[in-house]
Ligand binder design. Structure first.
Ligand code: ZN
Ligand code: ZN
Length: 427
């Protein structure tokens, strides 16, 4: 067990002996304000009570990071960016005092997820919302909506700072985890243990894209075997939604993007049909219906045909655009479910033909972090990835170094390719 402040100085980075764990040297992408970032060294304190220190193995570069960098979302600076990462526990802080009334359950040690006390060497996926367990949302079992997640505020308040520039100036950690940095101190609740056989690059994606996309399908919409699905936008989250729809047993999965070169990857992940988005949402939606009808084989019943002309059972908007949401609304059948998943710029507003919408009896659902509790869904997805790693591998466009992050942001801005994942060098 590490005592904060003990062993100050350069700890042996490779040592797993907690007593020797002092301040560690690290390197990360620091957000300096809209349009500005730098890749710089920083220093990491030992973990405090209820915290763990993580050596990052991999971090995805997500569109949400780009929203921050491009000033679409207001976030404090300077802050180490990134919120989609996985790594190994390097050291464990002292146990936090248990909340009053909490009892230790005898079966806790055997369950995956957070319940067993974290150990040095555990492979963990970092959660950008680590439920506090006490607020109203957490008590409802909706930890993804937690009002006061552990390590929130980007770890910038004086008592929360764990990383500093070499001159001692404080740095924040985005969403309390700052995964585009090679070492971080996080709340133990934010570090979810997964099967150690999981490819670390895939594990990183479980922290955002996979949970968001798969959870939207299986948790938010609860897609049933045999239903029809459309996915609008084929970035990391959209491709994960395609994969999730396949895992859920959807009968037809129509994958849609503005860029034709993204469609092939969606087919590899399980899409039955693909479509280049048209200029207008109504035109795209009409094309979806035409595909559904065309795809009915000779044995298809007339009832299936009638249903197909009405649209899909579930439409998932993952592009973070108003046009995408309009396409989802136009493409869903009466009584169907339109799930808004992609995070738009803060100023985005959706217009709605209210009369037509009420008449349609459709539902619009917002999906935040896959409507899932990280400690439950992370180990589940990791197990799926271990079982069928080839499919999950198709989510990754390229494995890159930290120095390549600026060009990865450029590619994201242009809407090019699937996920780019930073692989950190082994310590
Ligand atoms: Zn993300
Ligand atoms: Zn909470």
């Amino acid at each position: 067990m590490t005592v904060p402040g003990s062993g100050e100085g350069r700890g042996d980075a490779r040592s797993h002996a907690p007593a020797a764990a002092g301040v560690l040297d690290a390197e990360g992408v620091v957000f300096l304000g809209p349009g500005a970032m730098e890749i710089v060294p920083y220093r990491v304190d030992p973990p405090g009570p209820g915290e763990v220190r993580i050596r990052l193995a991999a971090s995805g570069v997500c569109h949400s990071d780009l929203h921050v960098l491009d000033g679409h979302w207001t976030r404090p600076a300077p802050t180490v960016m990134g919120h989609e990462g996985a790594g190994w526990i390097e050291s464990v802080g002292p146990e936090a005092a248990p909340p009053s009334g909490a009892a230790t359950r005898p079966d806790a040690a055997t369950r995956p997820g957070t319940l067993r006390r974290p150990r040095v060497g555990d492979l963990v996926v970092l959660a950008w919302t680590a439920p506090c367990g006490r607020c109203a949302a957490c008590r409802r079992g909706e930890g993804w909506l937690c009002h006061d997640p552990a390590g929130s505020g980007h770890r910038r308040s004086p008592g929360d700072v764990r990383i500093r520039r070499p001159d001692g100036a404080a740095l924040g950690a985005y969403s309390g985890i700052g995964t585009l940095g090679s070492v971080q101190v996080v709340a133990a609740e934010a570090a979810i243990r997964v099967d150690p056989r999981t490819d670390p690059a895939i594990a990183a994606l479980i922290g955002c894209a996979l949970t968001t996309g798969v959870g939207a399908v299986t948790r938010t919409a609860r897609v049933q075997p045999g239903q029809t699905v459309a996915v609008i936008g084929l970035g990391g989250v959209g491709l994960a939604a395609v994969l999730g729809a396949r895992l859920a047993g959807a009968r037809r999965i129509v994958a849609i993007d503005r860029r034709a070169e993204k469609l092939e990857r969606a087919v590899e992940l399980g899409a039955s049909d693909v479509l280049v988005a048209a200029d207008s949402p109504a035109t795209t939606a009409a094309a979806v219906r035409a595909l559904l009808v065309e795809g009915l084989d000779a044995a298809g019943s007339s009832r299936d045909a009638a249903s197909a002309t009405e649209g899909v059972d579930h439409a998932f908007e993952t592009s973070g655009t108003v046009a995408g949401a309009e396409t989802a609304l136009a493409g869903v059948r009466p009584g169907g479910t339109c799930v808004v998943v992609g995070m738009p710029p803060q100023a985005a507003r959706l217009g709605l033909d209210l009369y037509a919408f009420v008449e349609s009896g459709a539902r619009i659902l917002a999906s935040n972090y896959g409507s899932a509790v990280a400690a439950e869904i992370f180990p589940e997805i990791a197990l799926r990835a271990v079982e069928s790693s080839l499919a999950f591998e198709r989510l990754i466009e390229e494995r890159i170094r930290l120095a390549d992050v600026p060009s990865a942001f450029d590619a994201l801005r242009r809407g090019e390719g699937a996920r780019r994942v930073v692989i950190f060098p082994a310590a």
